[in-house]
Design a protein around this ligand. Structure first.
Ligand SMILES: [Zn+2]
Length: 581
């Protein structure tokens, strides 16, 4: 008895059989329905995603005896001949073995004659990119003036190797990798038809091995069926395909998430006894925690994860109580362990330590919640009142934003020295706040206040000024540096804009001011940074400072000590009073 491999036995025979390429079949259907069928098609995409199958279905659709149709009958003699590959009017040519110009010449001679039985002569050239340049040139002549009774269908995995002259004469269809759940459901259909007992999990392992290719997935399934017969166990599939048994990975995740240290160590022992690589197991855990985190964060992952619905459901349940932050901390521990395993001689120990750490990890608590807890403890008298601790009613370390608001305000001293017409909003507590030492003695603050004033009146112009360099800012002169080729240079060189700036500068500084715009080849070394550069520098500095403040804050330190925790992230709380700069 001859055995027909699954990929051939279950080759799609209609567009509706074609899995994962709905965009292709829909477009082809529309073209056939609308009677606008191109004379040359190019099917591109990875191997085993349905290009050749589609070419045959299209050939049947064009030649079916029941008429030009999107659903070929698959029963007439023409359809059957095409399925069997012996139609006299459909020529399947392998570009890899018929690369020469002679082959194409023969094809051109053949083209002259009308089809013997069908509507069209159809040439399917597989791996068309393998043709030689001469063969392409010969083909091109035919493509330029194709006889009406001829259709070409080219298929290739490497469209970039097909000359543009050919590409431009074809209607192109890009076939996608097939999503894992789609492959699994097709495999499910096939094994049910074949009467094979196998779990969805095992099918997912098979499909993952196929990596988006239906043909490769079916070949793997052939291999599994040859080994296991009609009853396939998950363990057999895992052993045969050399993947770590998924149960073991799931149990590993479960034991650390349920804080079961003994269980976690037992899993490592099992991994060892099965002879799996510790590092590979760790990588599988990483991939699993990634999936759990994504599911936790987005709910329905859709195409983000290559997981079947059953697997997604299981992982969601597993993630249950853990927060996204906790999952990220688990991931961080695993990633660190994986990196260490690459060099260390005792991977089992590293994995054990990592899993123990994960299983005993205390949940992350937002600092607001911690502070609230401390607050209630204090009010309840359970904690001794500390004279040095500030009242926790102000939840964030206050001094930080106030001190750092200073550079945003027009600083008092330098502005006062200049003849300012319209005084900017005087900072209320400016005297009390130590102004940050300004690095811009050349007049950065004069510049800053001027840009603010321009922005208030002409937002677009002011916005442009934030991106340019104050090369020289002095009484009566404003020299502005713009990068060569920048949008700002074009804009500010416009005489109308210069006049506008002149009058704004005179209004702001109270003296007639000359405006000079210079083109710069790069950021100048001797001028102050642009305001937007300055702002991002200040932001970075402010964040670093906030973190220091938070770490040194007595309340936070107390919380860290009390709960034996660590600071994972410093967030700014929305400011209450109008301290906004
Ligand atoms: Zn037919």
């Amino acid at each position: 008895m001859s055995y027909l491999v699954l990929a051939r036995k279950w080759r799609p025979q209609t567009f509706s059989d074609l899995v994962g390429q709905e965009h292709v079949s829909q477009t082809l259907k529309n073209a056939i329905d609308g009677g606008r069928v191109a004379h040359a098609f190019l099917f591109t995409g990875a191997r085993g995603v349905g290009k050749t199958s589609s070419a045959r279905i299209l050939a049947k659709a064009l030649n079916c005896e029941s008429g030009l149709t999107v659903e070929p009958c698959n029963t007439c003699s023409t359809c059957l001949e095409i399925t069997d590959g012996n139609s006299v009017d459909v020529f399947e040519i392998d570009g890899a073995s018929n690369t020469g110009v002679d082959d194409i010449r023969e094809l051109r001679d053949n083209i002259k004659y009308l089809p013997s039985r069908s509507r069209y002569k159809i040439f399917i050239i597989d791996e068309v990119h393998m043709l030689t340049t001469n063969a392409f040139n010969a083909l091109l002549k035919t493509l330029e003036e194709p006889p009406p009774h001829v259709k070409f269908i080219f298929a290739t995995t490497e469209p970039h190797k097909v000359p543009i002259t050919i590409l431009s004469r074809c209607q192109r269809f890009d076939f996608k990798r097939i999503a894992l759940p789609r492959i699994v459901s097709r495999l499910r259909f096939i094994v049910d038809q074949e009467g094979v007992q196998v779990s969805d999990e095992a099918l997912a392992v098979v499909a993952r091995k196929g990596d988006g290719s239906m043909r490769d997935s079916l070949s793997t399934l052939d291999q599994v069926l040859a080994f296991c017969g009609n009853s396939v166990s998950d363990e057999d599939v895992a052993a045969l395909l050399g993947v770590v048994d998924r149960r073991l990975i799931m149990d590993g995740c479960r034991s650390v998430l349920e804080a079961d240290v003994k269980g976690a160590l037992g899993i490592v022992a099992q991994v060892d006894s099965f002879g799996y690589s510790m590092r590979q197991f760790c990588q599988e855990l990483i991939s699993q925690f990634r999936s759990i985190s994504i599911l936790k964060a987005v709910g329905d992952a859709g195409d983000l994860l290559e997981l079947s619905d059953a697997e997604q459901g299981e992982l969601k349940a597993l993630g249950g109580q853990a927060s996204v932050q906790d999952l990220q901390r688990h991931l961080a521990i695993l990633l660190k362990a994986e990196a260490e395993m690459a060099h260390a001689g005792f991977p089992r120990l590293i994995l054990e330590m990592a899993l123990m750490k994960m299983a005993t990890l205390a949940p992350a608590i937002p600092v607001q919640e911690l502070l609230a807890r401390l607050d209630s403890l204090e009010k309840g008298g359970a904690l001794p009142q500390r004279s040095d601790a500030p009242r926790p009613s102000a939840p964030a370390p206050r001094p930080a934003p106030q001190q750092h608001a200073a550079p945003h305000r027009p600083a008092a001293a330098p502005v006062a020295a200049a003849p300012v017409a319209a005084a900017p909003q005087a900072p209320a507590a400016a005297a009390a706040v130590q102004p940050a030492p300004s690095a811009f003695v050349s007049g950065g603050d004069l510049w800053g206040s001027f840009v603010q004033a321009v922005k208030a009146k002409k937002p677009m112009l002011g916005g442009a000024l934030e991106e340019v360099y104050p090369v020289r800012v002095a009484q009566g002169v404003l020299e502005i540096g713009c990068l060569q080729g920048s949008f700002q240079l074009t804009r500010l060189q416009d005489p109308e804009q210069i006049n506008e700036l002149k009058s704004l500068a005179q209004g702001h500084f109270g003296v007639p001011t000359q405006i000079k715009v210079v083109a710069l080849n790069g950021p100048p070394t001797d001028a102050a940074p642009t305001l937007s550069e300055k702002k991002s520098l200040e932001d970075a500095e402010r964040r670093a400072h906030l973190r220091r403040e938070a770490e040194e804050h007595p309340l936070v330190a107390a919380a860290v000590e009390l709960f034996d925790g660590e600071i994972s992230e410093v967030q700014e709380l929305p400011q209450k009073e109008g301290a906004k700069s």
